[in-house]
Design a protein around this ligand. Structure first.
Ligand SMILES: Cc1ncc(COP(=O)(O)O)c(C=O)c1O
Length: 400
């Protein structure tokens, strides 16, 4: 049995490595940014990002969670309103919506894409449904056309959680630019990062956009009518953007924005590299149909953020836990499980969101395995992982 020190293929907390140009961009901003928050690097990052995803407005923030919090405020939810979301996601997808007092309703996932669909959402739509939160999980974009048609039919706002899917397209359009709000992450695990934390809120409505700077920065505004003397009556005004909804400080630093602008130039290349590797891994497992990877329907793009599969080892009397244990303690690969259905967590149960009718969410989580997939993994290590996973699957077939 291997122990932690004998792990050959680790699970990394770092998605990608920086180029020298990216490091230089941070150093330059460290030298010359004045101010070091909410300055020209932020404006440049926002403009480049909005152009990249082809969306009218983009606001840089401290995390995707912050972007989701702002989106939740802008949805103007009232107690008793309902928000439909998948339970197969990271908790940050829904916490901002729960905070408003709205009721969370859990939509099941499709067993092949592991994403919600118009059908799984439709079952939950009712007169109180105000918002649908979609997650392009693992990097695969949801089938947006039928979902948007459903939402428009019932006047429901659509929030896209694009934390894992920057650069993935749906029928030629960038994920995050199709719904009413797109929330992006530049957290350390993601395909690009802004020094470990960071996010972006993209939105289409100019009315919503006008409210974001104040909501993002403590309700700070210029005075109506301007100020002939800039210090009178004070340097800036403080007011609600949405009456009664208190603002936050979700600003991100200038050095992070300088890095974000630079890394954005590399998203397409990084995603292509990840795609080539994912496809190589999936092809190498083709003779093990008990490992079922995410299906990618025509038109639905993928950023290949994670490499997850369902292990259907029942016919060999083997479970996912047997496979992960073999990989961790014998083969030396640290695979993980992800996205414990949110309704199983104490926090959601205590809040009254412990009930769900999501058999596919349960089946997927209970049988899933996520392989190490950091972009910086050396080729030799990736090749070694392929042959070690194959031998682990052979052992499972032998009942070992
Ligand atoms: C699907 C999903 N949503 C939201 C988040 C939250 O992003 P952040 O860490 O930038 O707040 C993450 C990951 O970190 C995520 O994977």
């Amino acid at each position: 049995m291997a122990n932690e020190s004998e792990i050959l293929v680790p699970w990394s907390g770092r998605g990608s490595a920086y180029t020298e140009d990216e490091i230089a961009a941070v150093v330059a901003a460290m030298r010359d940014a004045d101010p070091q928050s909410q300055g020209r690097y932020q404006s440049e990052f926002e403009q480049k990002f909005a152009a990249y995803i082809d969306c009218p407005h983009a606001f840089a923030v401290s995390s995707c969670t912050a972007a989701l919090e702002l989106a939740a405020l802008l949805c103007s939810l009232q107690r008793g309103d309902e928000v439909i979301a998948p339970a197969h996601t990271f908790a940050a997808t829904v916490i901002p919506f729960a905070r408003t007092g709205a009721t969370l309703r859990w939509a099941d996932i499709d067993p092949d894409t592991r994403l919600v669909t118009a059908e799984t959402l439709r079952r939950l739509v009712g007169p109180r449904t105000k918002v649908i939160v979609l997650v392009h999980l693992y990097g695969l974009v949801c089938d947006m056309d039928p979902i948007m048609a459903l939402a428009r039919e019932h006047q429901i706002l659509v929030v896209e959680d694009v934390a894992q899917a920057l650069g993935a397209k749906y029928k030629g359009r960038q994920a995050g630019s199709i719904g009413d709000f797109g929330c992006f992450s530049f957290h350390t695990h993601k395909n690009i990062t802004t020094l470990g934390e960071g996010g972006m809120l993209a939105l289409r409505s100019s009315e919503h956009a006008a409210r974001v700077p104040g909501l993002r920065h403590n309700g700070m505004h210029g005075f109506a009518g301007g100020q002939p003397r800039y210090w009178v009556p004070a340097m800036s005004n403080v007011d609600f953007d949405i009456d009664g909804l208190w603002p936050y400080n979700f600003c991100i630093g200038e050095a992070q924005c300088a890095l974000g602008s630079k890394m954005l130039e590399r998203v397409a290349t990084i995603n292509l590299e990840r795609k080539a590797r994912a496809q190589r891994f999936i092809a190498a497992m083709a003779d093990f149909p008990e490992l079922a990877f995410q299906k990618t329907p025509a038109g639905c793009g993928h950023s290949w953020h994670l490499l997850a599969a369902r292990f259907d080892g029942q016919r060999y009397g083997k479970s996912r836990d047997d496979l992960i244990a073999y990989m961790a303690f014998v083969a030396g690969i640290k695979a993980v499980v992800q996205y414990y259905p949110l309704y199983r967590y104490p926090m959601f149960q205590k809040a009254g969101f412990g009930e769900a009718d999501c058999p596919e969410t349960d089946r997927f989580f209970d049988n899933m395995v996520s392989f190490p997939f950091q972009q910086w993994m050396p080729e030799g290590q990736f090749d070694a992982m392929i042959s070690l996973v194959r031998s682990a699957l052979e052992q499972m077939r032998k009942g070992i």
